[in-house]
Ligand binder design. Structure first.
Ligand SMILES: *Cc1c(COP(=O)(O)O)cnc(C)c1O
Length: 372
């Protein structure tokens, strides 16, 4: 049995090529003595806003806090309903519940794994305050249809862009959509820090001011507290590291797309799997390259790949309406069939820029071998 290690993430390899720059950036912050916000963070925020095509970017503690602060900035609180997909990372839903609002689930489009605007429409009530699409796996959601719905009902749009930095849709960048977009710099995200980090993008000056206040105890920095806020700031070490990596992001995304292209040509027509579907208007950044594995074979394929040294991941094994923490919302099995089916079928395979051609060959050959 041929064995070759193929990881889902290899941060040591990513950092090896940048080591001198990273060491200098870290030393610069240590020497400056400024660790929380300050000029290093501001300089990164400016570069980030520009690269995402947004007017403002604010660095915060992590991607979950980014969602919490963005929801706060939109005024979400008790009595409000917030529509989200149940097929997402828990943070999208958890932050709504933490603010005392009610998460309302709407099912996904089986092609893209993203929120289905038709399903969202059915869930809108007079209490709906925000729609939260998730740009899952690195492909933007159906933002025009969602914006039309939001506008028609006076609802805000907050996009969870944790997996989609660098993605575009109809030629427009990530930051051009929604009232607010959140990002995560969790180390294995497409742009990762050496620790936790997150950001919030917006083109709206009033929302920008609220975000600036909320991330810093509702004062924005001084001792005059205008709002009840939180303490969630990007630190200068992370900003300096991210600033070294940001100029590499476009090339890394292109390499992920090249790897996706390779898998499409190698695996097209393989019986038993469906390759990820990318809408023609989207430029995908493949945070994950996610197969659907049919006939209940997903876990067997995962184990088979593991025996050949190929890592893979199930994002996500259970839809959130079925998680014990969210049972109080009253949904049960069968209520969101596309999300539940996705949970049973998805398998993400290695797609990172650092993969070598022999590693890519090994992944594709191992998958084909499973189905012969
Ligand atoms: C990673 C992620 C988050 C949370 O980011 P953290 O930085 O880990 O808090 C939120 N939503 C989605 C879709 C994510 O993938």
């Amino acid at each position: 049995m041929p064995l070759m290690k193929v990881p889902m993430a290899d941060l040591a390899a990513q950092h090896a090529g940048l080591r001198t720059q990273l060491d200098a950036a870290i030393a610069g912050v240590m020497d400056s003595g400024g660790f929380i916000l300050g000029p290093t963070v501001e300089s990164f925020e400016k570069a980030l806003a520009e690269s995402c095509g947004a007017k403002h970017a604010f660095g915060v503690g992590n991607g979950t806090d980014a969602l919490l602060i963005a929801l706060k900035a939109l005024g979400v609180g008790p009595g409000d309903e917030v529509i989200t997909p149940p097929f997402t990372f828990v943070a999208t839903v958890e932050t709504v519940a933490l603010l005392g609002a009610t998460p309302v689930f709407a099912d996904i489009d089986p092609d893209t794994f993203n929120l289905d605007p038709e399903k969202v429409k059915e869930k809108i009530t007079e209490r709906t305050k925000v729609i939260v699409p998730v740009h899952l796996f690195g492909q933007l959601a159906e933002m025009e249809a969602l914006q039309t719905l939001a506008d028609a009902h006076g609802i805000s749009l907050l996009a969870d862009g944790a997996q989609a930095i660098g993605a575009t849709r109809s030629g427009k960048p990530l930051g051009a959509f929604a009232d607010l977009t959140t990002l995560s710099f969790y180390p294995t995200k497409n742009l990762g820090a050496a620790g936790d980090g997150g950001a919030i993008l917006t083109n709206d000056d009033a929302l920008a001011e609220k975000v600036r206040l909320f991330r810093f105890h509702g004062s924005g920095g001084g001792y005059l507290y205008k709002e009840i806020g939180v303490c969630s700031r990007l630190d200068a070490l992370q900003a300096a590291i991210l600033q070294v990596k940001l100029p590499k992001l476009a090339a890394w995304s292109a390499e992920r797309r090249d790897n996706a292209c390779f898998f499409r040509s190698e695996l097209d027509g393989t019986p038993g799997i469906t390759l990820p579907i990318c809408r023609p208007e989207n430029v995908h950044v493949y945070h994950q390259f996610t197969l659907r594995v049919h006939s209940g074979q997903r876990d067997a394929l995962k184990a088979f790949l593991g025996e050949r040294g190929v890592s893979s991941g199930v994002f996500y094994p259970e839809a959130l309406h079925l998680a014990p923490a969210y049972a109080y919302l009253g949904a049960g099995r069968g209520d969101f069939p596309e999300s539940e089916r996705a949970c049973a079928e998805v398998l993400s395979i290695p797609i990172i820029p650092e993969l070598t051609r022999p590693q890519l060959d090994h992944v594709a050959a191992s998958i084909r071998e499973f189905f012969v």
